[in-house]
Design a protein around this ligand. Structure first.
Ligand code: SF4
Length: 336
């Protein structure tokens, strides 16, 4: 494990046994998260982002899920820890915030009780102390009048507030790593910006590593330093955010970038949509997995699977023809 990495995922493979046979949702994924760094994991639904996140914490159904590879945290492979050891890591050292706060919160328990419970389980403190800490966490996440909010139930507060409560809960044990799975998707744009700012501020304050799962490259541009682009269970491009935005190499990343609405762009212009849909995991194309949707695909792409290769030190791409595509595009720009 490189000395700066908090969390290192190495060749992670997650398969499910289904009636139709084994299905591999995450297929050889590797990347790392460092202290004080936010890594964005992006892709459309069905690309394996959330399964990757759930695999890190081993949240998937035990009987039907098989994990291979390594998830290294503080020198230990989480995939090999006992259930008891894993319980100590979850919510304590590595926390997760999910997309839908309403389904993640208990509707019949007050907010204060829910946060305090998480603190009591992981930090073995008395109830009064845990309650005090819950109020402190609510204050930290920008919830007004936190000493009153603790006695309220989830349905009594807004969606944005509920998401803040979840973040307060996730951060109450001051984890080393926060995994945020589409934490702002269900929220309106203003609240989304506030929540992203909040995660960013708390990351700085607690010097955490953050893994931000999103389908939205706009969110990546806002808060991430590195980005991992996934397609059909594999990493297809990885690099520093500035570099990937300036010089995306994979046709899929290019498509995702073109689909971000530009604030200063022509609003009447139609947004680019990547043609086709992500195929089901039971029907993975034999060569390059993106080939059926790629306008550059040729025979080699259809029959041979490209490996993820390093380009210029900090960027990686999985495409046979990225150099040719880049040259063609440069030529196109030069001649327009
Ligand atoms: S390998 Fe071929 S099909 Fe796959 S992304 Fe590159 S050009 Fe497209």
């Amino acid at each position: 494990m490189s000395n700066q990495s908090l969390l290192e995922i190495k060749n992670l493979k997650t398969s499910f046994s289904t009636e139709a046979g084994p299905v591999t949702a995450v297929d050889g994924v590797s990347f790392s998260v460092k202290k004080g760094e936010t890594v964005g994991v992006v892709g459309e639904s069905g690309c394996g982002k959330s399964v990757t996140a759930s695999s890190i914490l081993r949240l998937l159904h035990e009987g039907t899920t098989k994990y291979e590879g390594e998830v290294l945290f503080e020198g230990k492979n989480l995939l090999k820890l006992s259930k008891e050891e894993m319980r100590h890591i979850r919510g304590n050292r590595i926390s997760m915030v999910f997309q839908d706060p309403m389904t993640s919160l208990n509707p019949v328990q007050t907010i204060g009780d829910q946060i305090a419970e998480a603190i009591i389980i992981h930090q073995k403190v008395k109830k009064a102390q845990a309650y005090k800490k819950a109020i402190e966490m609510l204050r930290l996440t920008g919830i007004p009048a936190p000493d009153k909010r603790v006695d309220e139930y989830p349905h009594e507060i807004s969606g944005g507030m509920r998401q803040r409560v979840l973040i307060a809960m996730a951060l109450s044990c001051k984890p080393n790593v926060l995994i945020a799975d589409e934490p702002t998707t269900a929220l309106d744009v203003t609240i989304q910006a506030q929540i992203l700012d909040l995660i960013n501020d708390l990351k700085e304050e607690l010097n955490m590593g953050v893994m931000m799962i999103t389908h939205d490259l706009g969110v990546v541009a806002e808060v991430c330093q590195r980005v991992v682009v996934m397609y059909l269970g594999q990493v297809i491009e990885e690099g520093d955010v500035a570099e990937i935005f300036a010089r995306p190499l994979h046709p899929y990343t290019k498509g995702l970038l073109k689909s971000i609405p530009q604030l200063d762009g022509d609003r009447s212009e139609k947004l680019h949509v990547i043609q086709g849909v992500v195929p089901p995991l039971t029907d993975v194309p034999p060569g390059c997995r993106f080939a059926p949707r790629c306008s550059f695909a040729d025979e080699q792409c259809a029959s041979q699977a490209p490996e993820l290769q390093e380009v210029g030190g900090r960027q990686k791409v999985r495409c046979w023809h990225f150099e040719k595509i880049m040259k063609e595009e440069e030529h196109h720009v030069a001649t327009v």
